[in-house]
Design a protein around this ligand. Structure first.
Ligand code: PLP
Length: 425
């Protein structure tokens, strides 16, 4: 593969955009090399500026679940754009997508649209704090909820883990209200709750983690969190920015049968346009402005183009059997990868839930951030570049899940498995 034009474009971008990118993971820092500049995409394929065709397992980090430039979504956006792109007044389409989302997702009565997953999670936490009148939150190491200050927290020292900022610019004052727990470790959460009795507003987590590679919740983990929340008047917030409208119509709540109090969305719900949302039952959502005192707003929230893309996407997902089809394809890929990795004596662990899958180059079970970080990054780099050179585009970081899209054919999956074999044989 030749990446001459991508390299030149990256050099130009670096002069005027920090690191040449508008979101850090795109810069290939974890794997080295030059990011691919994409010119266009259709179905399961990306076409880069050098004319290479790549089988895409990133799907724009999740949203493109039906493949790129999916016609009903594109047509809906074009039709809307001709009629004006933003009004700053209510529009009927906002109610339509809200009605559809509320009908698809369990345990929610009302939904508020925002512009990103970050905004959704940030607003959900504010709502939880306003509703409970408490200030602290529990988050899990390795779960990502966007780049708002309360979430950019790492483990501090001490027996009871108080967070400390993991980015300059996040204040100690903010960090002290975020308690950090270990994913899949219920006892750890219990001790945090005990040490901060009646102070915790919410526990926020990815019900299936995707930001330390794909990590499923251990049996009983989410049930245990639900019970702890009920016993201590804490709200359980599911960040379904990745899993929402991807694992099932009703997301992880439906797939795993656990009820959350507030649910955050992003990615798929916007059909590839900048959309996030958060939702809950009336009792909680009615605390939001203008009904209640918890403030939250947005000039472009509910933007007609974004709502048109999202409505077209959700309508498609509500009518077909996409989730089954995707789960089958992902299982097929999983089995194929297992076969070739075993044949070549590679040390690995593969985690998979629905259409989320990741290959960890380590022996032990991967069930939290610590075990995920044990993966061999040198092997991952070899794997990533080996795949890329054969036209397979996976996430440029071992800490990211792959997202399958339903435009992928079994032939694409076979090519992917064969490419993996070539790397390690
Ligand atoms: N929550 C989760 C689980 C995510 O994976 C992400 C982004 O990857 C976010 C929140 C933040 O979403 P956004 O990048 O749209 O702000």
């Amino acid at each position: 593969m030749i990446y001459k034009r991508s390299s030149a474009l990256f050099a130009e971008a670096e002069k005027v955009i920090p690191g040449g990118v508008n979101s850090p993971v795109r810069a290939f820092k974890a794997v080295g090399g030059t990011p691919i500049f994409v010119k266009e995409a259709k179905g399961a394929y990306l076409y880069d500026e050098d004319g290479n065709q790549l089988i895409d397992y990133i799907a724009s980090w999740g949203p493109m679940i039906l493949g790129h430039a999916h016609e009903p979504v594109v047509n809906a956006v074009i039709d809307k754009a001709k009629k004006g792109t933003s009004f700053g007044t209510p529009t009927e389409i906002e109610t339509k997508i809200a009605e559809l989302a509320v009908s698809m997702v369990p345990n929610i009565d009302k939904i508020r649209f925002v512009n990103s997953g970050t905004e959704a999670c940030m607003s959900a936490v504010r709502l939880a704090r306003g509703y409970t009148k408490r200030e602290k939150i529990i988050k899990f190491a390795g779960c990502y909820h966007g780049h708002s200050d309360s979430f950019l927290i790492q483990a501090g020292s001490g027996a009871v883990t108080f967070g400390t900022p993991n980015s300059p610019g996040v204040t100690q004052g903010t960090a002290k209200d975020t308690l950090l727990a270990k994913y899949n470790d219920l006892d750890n959460v219990k001790s945090l709750i005990e040490a901060n009795k009646d102070e915790i507003a919410c526990i926020i987590l990815e019900p299936v983690a995707g930001n330390m590679g794909c990590i499923p919740p251990k049996p009983g983990f989410l049930e245990g969190l639900r019970a702890l929340c009920d016993d201590n008047n804490i709200l359980l917030v599911f960040d379904e920015v990745m899993t929402g409208f991807r694992l099932a119509k009703g997301g992880a709540q439906e797939l795993l049968g656990i009820k959350a109090d507030i649910v955050c969305f992003g990615k798929v719900i916007g059909g590839g346009l900048p959309v996030g949302a958060f939702a809950a039952r009336n009792e909680i959502m009615n605390h939001l402005a203008p009904l209640g005192p918890v403030y939250q707003a947005g000039t472009l929230s509910g933007n007609p183009l974004a709502m048109a893309a999202g409505l077209a996407m959700l309508t498609e997902l509500n009518s077909g059997n996409v989730f089954e089809s995707l789960a089958k394809k992902t299982e097929y890929l999983h089995k194929g990868l297992v076969k070739v990795l075993d044949k070549n004596n590679v040390t690995y662990t593969i985690n998979r839930v629905g259409s989320m899958i990741s290959v960890h180059f380590c022996e032990d079970e991967v069930l939290d951030f610590e075990t995920s970080a044990k993966g061999n990054n040198e092997t991952f780099k070899t794997f990533f570049h080996g795949m890329l050179n054969q036209g397979i585009y996976i996430a440029p970081s071992a800490f990211e899940s792959w997202f399958l899209n339903d435009a992928l054919t079994y032939e694409d999956l076979d090519k992917t498995i064969a490419a993996c074999n070539t790397i390690f044989s």
